[in-house]
Design a protein around this ligand. Sequence first.
Ligand SMILES: *Cc1c(COP(=O)(O)O)cnc(C)c1O
Length: 362
Amino acid sequence: MTKRAYNFNAGPAALPLEVLRQAQEEFVDYKGAGMSIMEMSHRSKAFEGVNDNTERLVRELLGVPDGYSVMLLQGGASTQFAMVPMNLLADGKTAAYVNSGSWAKKAIKEAKLIGETRVVASSEDARFTRMPDLAAVELPDNAAYLHLTSNETIEGTQLASFPNTGAVPLIADMSSDIMSRPLDIPSFGMIYAGAQKNLGPSGVTLVIVRDDLLEASRPGVPTMLRYDTHAKSKSLYNTPPSFAVYMVGLVLEWIRDKGGLEGIDRLNREKTGLIYSAIDGSGGFYRGVAESGSRSLMNVTFRLTSEELEKKFIQESEQAGFVGLKGHRDVGGLRASTYNAVPLESCQALAEFMAEFQRQNG
Ligand SMILES: *Cc1c(COP(=O)(O)O)cnc(C)c1O
């Protein structure tokens, strides 16, 4: 048995051990082809099967209806920050954005380079310790879309529910909570997510777009940056990140075997419940960063009473086999990323470590 770390990395992040083992088994000789996935033509029957399987599982698990295209692109979610307005922000329209934290800010910055952009809700005045209230959000009359970030990976906040935007397409960056809970796809115009938090290795980005939006793509956008290019060619317009697409397929099979999104959601609640309980039961020794209604089930952010103690916590946690608990460099503190593939045992171990650390330092 190889010793596995208690991996709380924020991304790239933990992958299911079962998936790594299966990939290892198929690594040198994929299903009798005499070569690995990485050595195959992306036009081969075998790779076409892999590509189709990944797309089919996305549709099955998320319940993506007809009338939506599923794409597997490159460039990360960061490229989507630009592709969204390049394709969907028509002249004379205004792009509406929710400013919920570090990732939302980056999306807004790119939209401003492309066209008229307005922030319609923000929690910056609360230092992003909560998600903005979107119940009564007002959109410009000429809104092209409303863009939001469902889970702010750095601050550790998550939207518990999504606003009804009527005829205005709702677009969500779900990079850090895609496939972590059931989702109503028809209420979205578009969803995108880099794979390296909840779906697989880095290198591939999942994009789901309603077809009427694809068709309204702005003219003059370069071929590789157009959604319709990739939708029409089943994400095989150019050479895809074939190994990453294969790995995402294996992770999706693993999610299906865990009871789909409902099963995963239950497990995620149990996992983060252990860590939030350790925080809330500590009598102020640990302090959660996010307000209770905005707490993330993917990134648990917390602080200790001094930065010195936080340093000690990180140091001793590393000695005890924990990885990735240091908060993002922009915000400090501590962060446990508890994505789908992080096992319950890692969260149990962390809750126990936290209690023990408090006993010795409280
Ligand atoms: C990680 C992350 C991104 C950036 O993803 P890249 O694939 O590195 O471009 C964007 N948005 C959110 C919410 C993220 O967590």
